[in-house]
Design a protein around this ligand. Structure first.
Ligand code: PMP
Length: 366
């Protein structure tokens, strides 16, 4: 009998599955705890959830039976004003993830090169594999800074088309140094800076203003973290304006739902409120850093994002993760070389951070 599976492209058959986090209801069933008692610090979501203004905007007249605006005109208009750039430079998407995938499909033929600097966000390597790109891997140094000499050497040797860099980087929260960024912008490739967490680093760190006047810089943004809309799926990119018509051709016409466009508009009409929440998260991040530093078996790294990465000493990190999980506290462990003795903790609400710290302190010495 003919099986559909036999016709799947071999490189996709060979791919390991992406390991997404489990949804609330599944987790609460697994742990036997009510969803309200879970402390979810594993996916860098915004602990405040959406603004009340977002929810109100969704109950006002919304045409759910009509396809959304393929050009997300209202969102782009507000984004152009927010960034003081032209609407023609902006493409709105179903999260930053959609643009990572779209860019790879637009730029990469099978066999084309993509430069990646792990440890970093897993979707760059994942989407590269989907596109049958050749991944040129230049690991970061032990302090997570970029190995610029190796990057420049590799670019000269293999001429990759694309380079993706998260700034701040996930999972450690470090920023690219300004001098490294200047050097990266001179490379003969398309540099995609993923600024998913830039709000927590300070707007002066953003490269959005540098996109105009250059032909090779792209900046990705999302409403998932700052905007509290991870479940809605809305993000955007800032591009050299000549590239935007091509992206508009290649993207799915109705990629951003009516609900997502409404929610993004409400965020952009209330940026001051989002910034206040962001300030609280930054404040709590700094206090959590000190508290984690006082735990002798943890070594936290300073972060410019809404999470803190910690090295776990004297005991296996997966065991710590599991002990927290049994108490309904979820943190992220990375089962990969160089990170397997680390945990990443998202900055939750104060009560959640208090529960986490009590649980960690309760684990005592080994
Ligand atoms: N970029 C980075 C660096 C991320 O960590 C994430 C989310 N984990 C994303 C992009 C994805 O953002 P979105 O929810 O907008 O797809």
């Amino acid at each position: 009998m003919i099986s559909a599976l036999d016709f799947v492209r071999p490189h996709i058959q060979a791919m390991p599955p992406y390991q997404p986090i489990l949804p609330y209801d599944v987790l609460s069933q697994e742990l036997g705890l009510p969803p309200s008692s879970l402390v979810k610090l594993d996916a860098n979501e915004n602990p405040y959830g959406p603004l009340p203004e977002v929810l109100t905007s969704l109950t006002a007249e919304v045409h759910l039976h009509i396809y959304p605006d393929p050009e997300s005109r209202q969102v782009r208009g507000l984004l152009a004003a927010y960034h003081r750039i032209a609407e023609e430079q902006i493409v709105v998407s179903a999260g930053a993830d959609e643009l990572i995938d779209l860019l790879m499909r637009v730029f990469l033929e099978p066999g084309d090169g993509l430069l990646n600097c792990p440890p970093t966000f897993g979707m760059y390597a994942f989407d590269a594999a989907l596109s049958q790109a050749v991944l040129h891997t230049i690991p970061r140094r032990s302090d997570f800074s970029l190995d610029m000499a190796a990057i420049e050497r590799t670019v000269a040797e293999v001429r990759p088309k694309l380079m993706f860099l998260a700034n701040p980087n996930n999972p450690d929260g470090s920023l690219i140094s300004p001098s490294d960024l200047d050097r990266l912008l001179e490379l003969p490739l398309v540099l995609v800076l993923d600024e998913a967490y830039i709000h927590f680093a300070g707007s002066e760190q953003s490269a959005v203003a540098r996109v105009s006047g250059r032909e090779n810089l792209i900046v990705l943004r999302t409403f998932s973290k700052w905007g509290g809309l991870a479940g809605v799926r809305v993000g955007y990119g800032v591009f050299p304006d000549k590239l935007v018509p091509t992206l508009m051709v290649a993207k799915q016409p109705y990629n951003v739902s009516v609900v997502a466009q409404r929610a993004a508009v409400a965020c952009l009409q209330n940026t001051a409120k989002l910034d206040l929440q962001r300030d609280e998260i930054i404040d709590r991040r700094e206090r959590l850093l000190s508290a984690l530093e006082s735990i002798p078996w943890l070594q936290p790294y300073p972060s410019h994002a809404n999470f803190i990465l910690c090295r776990v000493m004297d005991r296996p990190a997966p065991v710590v993760k599991e002990l927290l999980r049994r108490q309904g506290i979820l943190v992220r462990h990375f089962d990969q070389p160089g990170l397997d003795d680390h945990l990443r903790i998202s900055i939750g609400r104060q009560a959640e951070i208090d529960r986490l710290l009590a649980a960690l302190k309760g684990m005592g010495e080994v």
